[in-house]
Design a protein around this ligand. Structure first.
Ligand code: ADP
Ligand code: MG
Length: 369
């Protein structure tokens, strides 16, 4: 059991408190970033390009100043601690291995600058090559390795001095899909085995969902929501999060009534629908009705609580599933995802079709960019 004070710093091992950043003294590229990462937690910063993710990592690593606010590691403000003394490992998209050094020398480098004795360096290099399953690669040069192997070396090098925190900035961005998925498992395994606190940056939502304990969803310098993957998918705070995490159908509307935990929405085409979403905006406000494609059905004679009409446009065969695309008279495009079984209907192009979903199948959310 941890004592009260220990558990407190462990719960808030890495802290960003009201952090703002401007590079030009004018525009804030990070507007007010707050985060508490637990010791050993895997936290991902997810968001579009330019939303401020790398800037946050660089401030934590000590390569960029904080314009205002503070960053703490294990309860200590880091402002006056040099990057090298923060005990942080880093992995970047483009490996950053020294091309003129062998793999063994690349791995030894962070230990040598830390004045670790030679025999200890030798032992740790061997161990860490084994850890990333490259035991026989010590004498090779980076140019003789594949992209995936180079990234494993970069990973081993970031871990070799046993940092308590590891920052990873789109580390798998240069790899193709299969290799990327394999490396996701490797990183998760290393994280579980070694117990470091991971702050991971990606713009790939699937990667974020599969790897993270928690995800902070960035949008233009602010965090729209920070929560576990399940919460982001099932209870998104607003329509930006709902669209960024997973696929979604969006129909603009207005909230007309909120009562007994249910809300009535008038959609842009005039139809009235009901939702039981706790994050619904108040009555009178504009909203975005969002429905996951797996929660929207072609009525086929039976309808659920909510129905609308739309015209069939195309059908996409995806192997295990089929996607049907529709257009509402108000212009919104909709997608229905069904299993590829013998129930999957055949529709004529342009056919007016009733689509239906349950009260719990759709969310009325704040409209965001
Ligand atoms: P992300 O990692 O989410 O793509 P960044 O943190 O790299 O976003 O960038 C956020 C914003 O800050 C962008 O508009 C980018 O152009 C700007 N920016 C990033 N680094 C610098 C820099 N060194 N000098 C000036 N502007 C920068
Ligand atoms: Mg970046």
């Amino acid at each position: 059991m941890l004592s009260g004070s220990e558990s407190n710093t462990d719960d808030q091992y890495v802290r960003f408190v009201n952090v703002k950043k401007s590079y030009d003294q004018q525009t804030l590229v990070v507007k007010d970033f707050n985060l508490n990462a637990r010791k050993g937690e895997f936290v991902t910063l997810l968001g579009p390009s330019g939303s401020g993710k790398t800037t946050c990592l660089m401030m934590l690593a000590g390569f960029e100043d904080v314009t205002s606010g503070s960053i703490l590691i294990d309860g200590q403000p880091v402002t006056n601690i040099a990057p090298y003394h923060r005990n942080i490992g880093m992995v970047f998209q483009h490996y950053a291995l020294f091309p003129h050094m062998t793999i063994g020398e690349n791995l030894a480098y962070p230990l040598k600058v830390r004045k670790i004795p030679a025999d200890e360096v030798k032992r740790r290099v061997k161990e860490s090559l084994a850890l990333v399953e490259l035991a026989d690669f010590s004498k090779r040069y980076p140019g003789q390795l594949s992209g995936g192997q180079k990234q494993r070396v970069a990973l081993a090098r970031s871990l070799i001095f046993e940092p308590s925190i590891v920052l990873m900035d789109e580390p798998l961005g240069a790899l193709d899909k299969n290799l990327r998925e394999q490396m996701q498992f490797e990183i998760k395994r290393l994280h579980e085995d070694l117990g470091f606190t991971a702050i991971y940056v990606t713009h790939d939502q699937t990667e974020a969902l599969t790897m993270s304990d928690r995800i902070a969803v960035f949008n233009d310098g602010i965090v729209e929501q920070c929560a576990a993957p399940e919460t982001l998918y099932e209870q998104p705070a607003n329509s930006f999060v709902a669209n960024f995490i997973g696929e979604n159908n969006c129909i603009p509307g207005t909230v007309t009534k909120v009562e007994n935990g249910k809300a009535e929405i008038q959609l842009a085409d005039g139809s009235m629908v009901t939702t039981s979403n706790p994050n619904c905006p108040p009555s009178g406000d504009p909203c975005m009705m969002t429905i996951r494609p797996e929660n929207l059905f072609i009525a086929n004679g039976q309808s659920l609580a909510n129905s609308i009409d739309a015209d069939f446009t195309t059908r996409l065969y995806v192997g295990d599933s089929i996607r049907y695309f529709f257009k509402m008279p108000c212009g919104s495009e909709l997608m229905v995802k069904t299993l590829n079984d013998n129930q999957a209907p055949v529709l004529q192009h342009g056919a007016r079709t009733q689509l239906t979903w349950d009260v719990t199948g759709g969310l009325a959310l704040d409209r965001q960019a």
